[in-house]
Design a protein around this ligand. Structure first.
Ligand code: NOJ
Length: 536
């Protein structure tokens, strides 16, 4: 377990995820670009976000939206140049915004020069950079996916995801002696791959990046069921960061904080897949059975159990990050009542760790159904459509002809957009802004504030919890269902409460040691507990 220091800026970090091709196009080619992100930094700042996770922006044939890299050291032409990215780091930092890049180190594109060299029948420096069996007739076994008959080299290569994403070679735990192509994690060629990864990280950190979100972080070493060797790899990387870049942050796409945070990551996401997917899906992604659904048929226990198990065991070493969504999921708003969305954001923005808002979720952008797959998106495509800034041409995303756009803008007269919601104090956008402002105001609501449950009963609403830091205690109550709910909780230590923000709460009172909350449908509230103790 790594008990290094956390970068200090993470305490107050609220991230905004940007899918660069869909954010803002400034050169009329229909695809978003880095200059577009620079133009919108003030908007991101206006939300209260102080960090950005940028999806992959490197040279790539874009068969998987950039998760198939062909040059780790070069910004993709369609987004701009390395100079533009450097400028983005600089301009963002000036506005108090940090940028983390997507580090896709499990695989590359088949177009990467390393892979092309490794395809050669002649042994060379890159022959072992990827995992190849010894013959095209040899099945890789062990549940590994392999591609047969691709190159002049006699062998099959292992892929991590799609067929054009060959796995980089991080070796095997207990290599099978009968399969001499399985290298140990200490093999010099494997060590060389690892050193190259460090070089890539240093390159971007030196240019101004503040860290990385790591793609498929748990899947590096093969035949590693308990992730032990993969964890050793990450602990080494963390030691490098602690020593050379102590303010840089590592976030894993792993979905198992027990493993990832022990491996040295500063944060791990709550995800819709992986070992703890229930912790996330039970809240947002179980259709009508989600806790955040107007039906009111969710079960908060399904969230509390895995979350508590992860949180209690990791809170001293790292953070669990709640996300409104990401480029791999259906949009948060999918088949949800608009009013439920607000309380979903209350939870996302009031939990421990550092939250992430996926671009467009703050205005409730819709998942576009039935789009033809773009760049390997398949069903994910509908969550990757252009940001809707205003009414009118291409919703302000681009000046290109509509048919040239990366993906279409939502159809309809009243599509969610920033300009309209700016004007409405009650809009989702302005609610999100308020919630972030409140989070930034109260340390108890930030990353390190403690979390404890006050009321979370099987198949019941509301969900009530407390966040605290020192004397500061904040009570949060959520009723995202379309029904009125009342709750009485024994709470003799609560003497007084003062309102921070509420929506549709009928009443809250403390009487004879009981906290009674009457919540109308679609309601939420945040209150300061015993505020007089704070004044002392
Ligand atoms: C996870 C990324 O989030 C996803 O978009 C990508 O397709 C796969 N990893 C493969 O890199």
């Amino acid at each position: 377990m790594i008990a290094g220091k956390m970068p200090s800026w993470l305490k107050k970090a609220v991230f905004y995820e940007i899918y660069p091709q869909s954010f803002l196009d400034t050169n009329k080619d229909g695809i978003g670009d880095i200059k577009g992100i620079i133009k919108k930094l003030h908007y991101i700042r206006s939300l209260g976000c102080n960090a950005i996770w940028l999806n992959p922006c490197f040279e790539s044939p874009f068969q998987d939206a950039g998760y198939d890299i062909s040059d780790f050291y070069k910004v993709a032409h369609r987004y701009g140049t390395n100079k533009d990215l450097k400028n983005l780091f600089y301009r963002a930092k000036k506005q108090g915004i940090r940028i983390i890049l997507d580090l896709v180190l499990g695989h590359t594109s088949t177009e990467h020069p390393w892979f092309k060299a490794s395809c050669s029948a002649k042994k060379n420096f890159y022959s072992n950079r990827y995992i190849w069996t010894n013959s095209v007739w040899e099945d890789a076994g062990g549940g590994l996916k392999s591609i047969q008959g691709y190159a002049e080299r006699d062998g099959n290569y292992i892929t991590n995801f799609f067929h054009f994403q060959p796995a980089l070679n991080y070796g095997f735990t207990n290599p099978d002696p009968k399969r001499s192509w399985q290298l140990s994690t200490k093999h010099p060629d494997v060590v060389r791959t690892k050193e190259e990864i460090k070089k890539i990280m240093r390159f971007w950190l030196d240019m101004g990046a503040s860290g990385f979100r790591v793609d498929l972080a748990g899947l590096l070493v093969k035949n590693d069921p308990d992730y032990e060797a993969t964890m050793v790899f990450w602990q080494e990387i963390r030691r490098m960061l602690d020593k050379e870049y102590p303010e840089a942050v590592l976030v894993s796409e792993w979905g198992n904080p027990l493993k990832s945070l022990s491996a040295g990551f500063h944060m791990d996401f709550t995800l819709h897949g992986g070992d703890f997917s229930d912790m996330y899906n039970s809240l947002f992604r179980k259709g009508e059975q989600s806790f955040f659904h107007e039906k009111g048929a969710g079960n908060i226990k399904k969230f509390i159990q895995p979350f508590t198990a992860c949180y209690e065991n990791t809170k001293k070493i790292g953070y669990i990050s709640f996300v409104s969504g990401n480029h791999d999921m259906l949009r948060l708003s999918y088949r949800k009542n608009r009013r439920t969305l607000k309380s979903a954001f209350v939870l996302i923005l009031s939990m421990p760790g550092a939250p992430y808002i996926y671009y467009g979720d703050e205005i409730g952008m819709n998942y576009q159904e039935q789009l033809v797959s773009k760049e390997g998106g398949y069903e994910r495509t509908g969550s990757r459509t252009p940001m809707q800034w205003k009414k009118g041409k291409n919703a302000g995303f681009s000046q290109a002809q509509a048919k040239k756009l990366y993906l279409p803008i939502e159809k309809g007269k009243y599509i969610p957009n920033v300009e309209s919601q700016e004007k409405d104090p009650d809009s989702l956008l302005n609610t999100v802004r308020k919630l972030i402002r409140i989070r930034q105001q109260y340390p108890a609501l930030q990353a390190d504030g403690d979390f404890s449950v006050l009321y979370a009963e099987e198949n019941k609403y509301p969900f009530v919890y407390v966040r605290s830091m020192g004397n500061e205690r904040i009570l949060v109550a959520l009723n995202p269902s379309g029904m009125n709910k009342t709750v009485s909780i024994k709470a003799s230590d609560i003497k007084e409460i003062s309102l921070i923000l509420q929506d549709n709460v009928q009443s809250i009172e403390i009487k004879k040691g009981m906290l009674n909350i009457k919540m109308k449908k679609f309601s939420f509230g945040l209150w300061c507990i015993n505020p007089q103790t704070l004044k002392k």
